[in-house]
Design a protein around this ligand. Sequence first.
Ligand code: FES
Length: 119
Amino acid sequence: MDHFRNPRNMGEMKDADAVGEYGNPTCGDLMYIYIKVKEINGQKIIDDISFQTFGCAAAIASSSMITEIAKGKTLDDAIKITRDDVADALDGLPPIKLHCSNLAADALHVAIKKYRENE
Ligand code: FES
């Protein structure tokens, strides 16, 4: 609930290096994850990350949580963040809401793949 009431890193990032867009086929909700990447000691790090979610409370909380999990991680580590990691970090979600947390992980993966395509 805290991540829904006080979402972290919410909003469009105008100078993002890549944007991941993912729509939820179950409910039609939509999420964007923006990433800014920095190279430190030869490692690509997620230096900044933000999200926009046009969806339910669980989707907003999941996006907020994934931005906190992914920030500062290498791209290699961030792409390994799973849907379950997000749901677990939120102390579990009711089964009917699990597809909402999938949106966040999938949008992040799309953003990282797009960044790599344009490298
Ligand atoms: Fe659509 Fe949760 S009901 S993302």
